[in-house]
Design a protein around this ligand. Structure first.
Ligand SMILES: Cc1ncc(COP(=O)(O)O)c(C=O)c1O
Length: 380
């Protein structure tokens, strides 16, 4: 049989499914004939970014006819001051998504293993698979936290990287500082440990593993943080990695030369300089969380207490059914089935109005439930 070009696409990519970011707001408005739709599905910051960003855009003197600064020098300098770290320990990426991909490109060859929790951030699976790597998934404990003992025990000769998503997406749970310290000690030093702290700024738990102080001690540790969440810049795509300068150097060798655009670099720097905005959003997130906890308890629904800006809720109804019912009421959430959680939904904590609208829509859906297909037997 004659081979086509498509037969020759890498096997690891052939059956890869595209990441499903969810439908756009305008499509949903048209489909359901709605004037207003609230997006509570992607854990973005509903209070948006600092006002400083608007001023910065007006005043920016940078010409967009020129390529961006390949080294992100100003942003790196600002982050180096902010964390009191040397610049060679900082890698800036086109979102932390890009850094996850680059880490896979740097370490993972066909058949090599990457360990991560189940359920966790979906991107890890896609990044591993597209490199031909093997995902080793370790279920969370009954308390929905990373099972660090089992993760350490899963390390083999073939293990290259371990992801710890902290706070974990979709559960919102964090790992305990002492347990992470013990875990890092146990893992062989030739295995890279990536702690993805995309929601780091929202954390209120005093026992959280911040990680910065361990970077010198453990050269196999990388922390991933982002401007997409509390800084409200998801649309501009800036994430960063903090870690050993040799790994940072290698990542710089394989990235595309102008991976972070000019506007994104300037905006991230301005956002970092407005820590009042960060604190304000953290406080509002906490207030929203308190409201939602109470409302969910009133509805007698199980939820997992969160350290992030999203809550995982067990509605007892099939996730895709509730997803469509909420959608028709103008609320977009993340159905848990994409994480293997058939009767859970993940909801981003919104503004006061969003949270109230979500709860009233949810209550309405629960009151009108009853159709046979609504229920789910699996207790995932
Ligand atoms: C745990 C986690 N890590 C990384 C990301 C990606 O962040 P970025 O926008 O910086 O690519 C997300 C986005 O939702 C996330 O939930």
């Amino acid at each position: 049989m004659v081979k086509t070009l498509f037969d020759r696409v890498k096997n690891s990519v052939k059956d890869l499914k595209k990441y499903q970011p969810g439908k756009g707001l305008e499509d949903i408005k048209d489909e359901y004939e709605l004037d207003n739709v609230i997006k509570m599905s992607s854990n973005e910051n509903p209070w948006s970014h600092s006002r400083k960003i608007k001023n910065m855009i007006h005043k920016s003197k940078k010409g967009f006819n020129k390529y961006p600064d390949s080294d992100c020098s100003c942003l790196k300098k600002a982050l180096a001051n902010f964390y009191n770290l040397s610049r060679d320990k900082i890698f800036i990426g086109n979102g932390s998504d890009e850094i996850i991909d680059l880490i896979m490109s740097l370490f993972v060859e066909e058949g090599e293993e990457v360990i991560y929790a189940d359920p966790t951030f979906i991107k890890y699976r896609l990044a591993v698979k597209s490199r031909g790597g093997k995902s080793v998934k370790v279920p969370l404990t009954e308390d929905h936290v990373h099972n660090l003992d089992k993760m350490a025990a899963a390390v083999t000769e073939k293990t290259k990287v371990i992801f710890i998503c902290d706070p974990n997406n979709p559960t919102g749970t964090t790992t305990n500082k002492r347990q992470v310290e013990e875990f890092i000690d146990k893992v062989p030093s030739d295995v890279l440990i990536v702690i993805d702290q995309a929601y780091y700024e929202y954390v209120t738990d005093p026992n959280y593993f911040d990680g910065l102080e361990y970077l010198n001690k453990y050269p196999n540790l990388i922390l991933l943080r982002t401007f997409s969440k509390i800084y409200g810049l998801a649309g501009l795509r800036v994430g960063y990695g903090l870690g050993n300068s040799k790994i940072i150097d290698l990542l710089n060798r394989i990235r595309s030369p102008f991976n972070v655009n000019t506007l994104a670099q300037e905006a991230a720097e301005a956002a970092l300089s407005d820590q009042n905005h960060v604190q304000k959003c953290k406080k509002k997130n906490k207030e929203g969380k308190t409201f939602l906890y109470q409302a969910l308890e009133d509805l007698l629904l199980e939820y997992i207490p969160t350290q992030g800006n999203f809550i995982l809720i067990n509605t007892g109804i099939k996730a895709d059914v509730i997803f469509h019912k909420l959608l028709s009421r103008g609320i977009i959430i993340r159905p848990g089935n994409i994480f293997g959680l058939s009767n859970w939904i993940r909801v981003t904590i919104g503004r006061e109005y969003d949270n109230k609208k979500f709860i009233s829509a949810l209550e309405n859906v629960l009151l009108t439930r009853g159709e046979k297909n609504d229920y789910c037997n699996e207790n995932t």
